[in-house]
Design a protein around this ligand. Structure first.
Ligand code: COA
Length: 263
C-alpha cells in the first residue's frame, strides 16, 4: 500500500534521530512538503537522500542517492552509491492493443491520475461523445528494482523494472540496464553488457561469503581504506571467527514509524 503524508515537525525530528540526511542541513523544501512511500519502507541510519522530491525508497547504512528519485518500492543495500539522475524505465504503453496511444486506456471524462499529476491535456473524445468505443484501464506490472550492497551506479543510468543488481557491481554512466547484473561485475552501455569483473573469481567468492557489509566496518581493527583486498578478507574473516565483531543491526526508519508521526 502507498502512503502520502505531509512533513511536520515530528517527521523532521525523526529524520534527524535516524541520521537520514536530506540535502545539506536537513532542508525538506525538496520534498514539497509531502512524503510518498510504501509499507515496506526501511531506511537505515547514515543515509543521504538528496533531491528525491519526497519519494522515499529503502536504503541500507552509508548508501546515498544524488538527485535520483527511484520508484518507492526500490530496495537498496548498504554502502551503495547512486549517481546523479539515475531512474527506472518510465511507464510503459500497451504493446498488444490496436494502438499504443493512451486513448485505449484512459477516458478523459473520468479521473486519470496522469491528468492531475502531470497536467496532461485529455487526449480522447470522452465517453459522453463516443459512439460505442470504451477505453479499458491498463497498468503495466512493474516489479521492484533490487540493488545490492557496495554497488556503484554511475550518473544517468536507466534501470528496467524487476532488475536485480548484485552486491559489489558497478554500472557505467548513462547505461541502460535491461538484465540482472552479477555480483562484482562491471557493466556499461546501452544495453549494459559485461565489461569486466572487479576482482578475480576466487576473491569474489570469498567476498560474497564474508558479506562484510553486515558488520560495523568502523570496528575492522587492522584495516585501512587502502588495505589490499586479500589482506582485508583475511583480517575480517579472522575478526568474525574470533567473535570480535558481530552484525550491525540499527533501528531503521519504517513506514509505520512515519505514519505514527503524521498529522
Ligand atoms: C564503468 C566505469 C567505472 C569503468 O571505469 P574503468 O575501470 O576505468 O573502465 P575502462 O575505461 O577500462 O572501461 C572498460 C570498458 O568499458 C567501456 N565503458 C566504460 N564505461 C562505459 C560507459 N559508461 N558506456 C559504455 N561503455 C563504457 C570502455 O569503453 C571499455 O571498453 P573496451 O574494453 O572495449 O575498451 C566508468 O567508465 C564509469 O562509467 N564511471 C562512472 C562515473 C560516474 O558516473 N560517476 C558519478 C559519481 S557517483
Amino acid at each position: 500500500m502507498e502512503h502520502r503524508i505531509q512533513v511536520n515537525y515530528a517527521i523532521k525530528e525523526l529524520f534527524r534521530k535516524h541520521k537520514i540526511f536530506v540535502q545539506g542541513n536537513q532542508q525538506f523544501d525538496q520534498f514539497g512538503g509531502e512524503l510518498h512511500f510504501e509499507d515496506m519502507l526501511r531506511i537505515e541510519p547514515y543515509v543521504e537522500l538528496i533531491g528525491t522530491y519526497g519519494q522515499l525508497f529503502s536504503l541500507g547504512t552509508s548508501s546515498y542517492s544524488n538527485f535520483s528519485a527511484l520508484p518507492i518500492d526500490t530496495v537498496i543495500g548498504r554502502f551503495t552509491s547512486i549517481g546523479h539522475g539515475v531512474s527506472a524505465f518510465p511507464m510503459a504503453h500497451a504493446l498488444d492493443r490496436f494502438s499504443t496511444s493512451p486513448i485505449t486506456v484512459f477516458d478523459d471524462t473520468v479521473y486519470s491520475p496522469s491528468h492531475d499529476r502531470f497536467g496532461i491535456a485529455p487526449l480522447s473524445i470522452g465517453s459522453e461523445e463516443s459512439k460505442g468505443f470504451r477505453p479499458t484501464f491498463w497498468a503495466p506490472e512493474n516489479p521492484p528494482i533490487v540493488i545490492g550492497n557496495d554497488v556503484w551506479i554511475g550518473d544517468g543510468v536507466i534501470i528496467k523494472h524487476g532488475v536485480h543488481i548484485g552486491d559489489g557491481a558497478v554500472v557505467g554512466l548513462h547505461s541502460i540496464v535491461t538484465h540482472d547484473v552479477a555480483p562484482y561485475t562491471i557493466v556499461a552501455g546501452s544495453p549494459a553488457i559485461v565489461r569486466k569483473k572487479r576482482f578475480p573469481d576466487e576473491i569474489i567468492k570469498r567476498l560474497e561469503e564474508l558479506s562484510w557489509w553486515q558488520y560495523p566496518y568502523w570496528e575492522f581493527d587492522g584495516v585501512n581504506g587502502n588495505t589490499s583486498i586479500e589482506a582485508f578478507i583475511d583480517r575480517v574473516e579472522k575478526l568474525v571467527l574470533e567473535g570480535k565483531i558481530s552484525p550491525y543491526r540499527p533501528e531503521p526508519l519504517t513506514a509505520q514509524i512515519l505514519l505514527e508521526a503524521a498529522d
